[in-house]
Design a protein around this ligand. Structure first.
Ligand SMILES: [Zn+2]
Length: 288
């Protein structure tokens, strides 16, 4: 705008020529930087839960299913993994199951976990942060606020302590000290077409992932949006650190995503009705 403004007094033909050059240089820049990604939601467990686990102040507990996912963002030459799920050992210790190791799910879509170089962690809850050992080559990305909280004075308070595994938190500290963790403060474009945004709410350092896809901007919301109903009806989830941040997070997800069907919630089996399925237990935006 300012460049075209400066040539406003020039001859119209010259002005038009400069305008074309200017626009085409922007256009080629966009082509060079823009990559469209596929997104896969890889379910590693599904269990019968109650609506009171999903909707804050739900007075009438109704049975409903919760799915557990990791996600893969796949470009022409890259695969970025979002969250790492829980381990079989942690599942057993908490009386849970694990249908399939998240790493096995990745192999079904052609990703070898030990070759993955980038892993985004949305937050440090136990069901999102195990299995780091599957990714020995990876650099991990998380919010600085999340690390500060879980190594800070509130972490041992039972209501917080029960939703993390100490070994996971220590593991993140080790990754940081060995130079394999990048801590982010707020929003950052990590790779062309892949950005993270702090939203807080569910945890103090919860972040979401914005992804450029052929169908428009998609958002891997993880637990910033537990299910589509939380988003459409603006109902907070009971696992909440700050309710107003959670509501603002819903707003940001709605603003970023091209439409609600390009949102990947943290625990909603409904994604299996909205996206294509390349393999059992896996759904996604399959057009790259
Ligand atoms: Zn979760």
């Amino acid at each position: 705008m300012s460049v075209l403004g400066e040539v406003g007094c020039m001859h119209p033909v010259l002005r038009r020529a400069i305008s074309v050059i200017f626009r085409s240089s922007i256009y080629s820049e966009e082509i060079r930087l823009m990559e469209y990604y596929k997104i896969f939601a890889i379910e590693y467990e599904r269990r019968q839960a109650l609506s009171t686990e999903i909707f804050l102040r739900s007075m009438d507990p109704e049975p409903m299913f919760m799915s557990y996912y990791i996600w893969a963002i796949v470009g022409a030459n890259t695969a970025v993994i979002v969250d790492t799920g829980y381990t079989k050992e942690t599942a057993l210790s908490r009386g849970r199951k694990q249908q399939r190791c998240p790493g096995e799910g990745l192999k079904l879509i052609g990703i070898q976990p030990d070759e993955v170089e980038q892993v985004i962690i949305t937050h440090f809850h136990w069901d999102h942060l195990g299995n780091r050992a599957l990714f020995p080559r990876a650099t991990f990305y998380a919010q600085e606020k999340e690390m500060a909280f879980w190594t800070g004075r509130y972490a041992s308070v039972p209501i917080f302590r029960e939703v993390i595994e100490p070994d996971d938190i220590v593991g993140m500290v080790r990754l940081n000290l060995s130079g394999h963790l990048t801590l982010i403060d707020g929003s950052r474009e990590l790779f062309p077409g892949i950005s993270v945004h702090w939203v807080g709410g569910h945890t103090p350092g919860m972040q979401i992932v914005e992804v450029a896809t052929a169908g428009g901007t998609a958002v891997i919301a993880s637990d910033a949006v537990k299910t589509y109903r939380n988003l459409t009806e603006n109902i907070p989830d009971p696992y909440v650190n700050d309710i107003s941040e959670m509501i603002d997070g819903y707003e940001l997800v709605r603003n970023l995503a091209e439409n609600e069907s390009l949102v990947f919630p943290g625990h909603d089996p409904e994604v299996f009705n909205r996206f294509g399925s390349p393999a059992e237990g896996i759904v996604g935006l399959l057009q790259g």
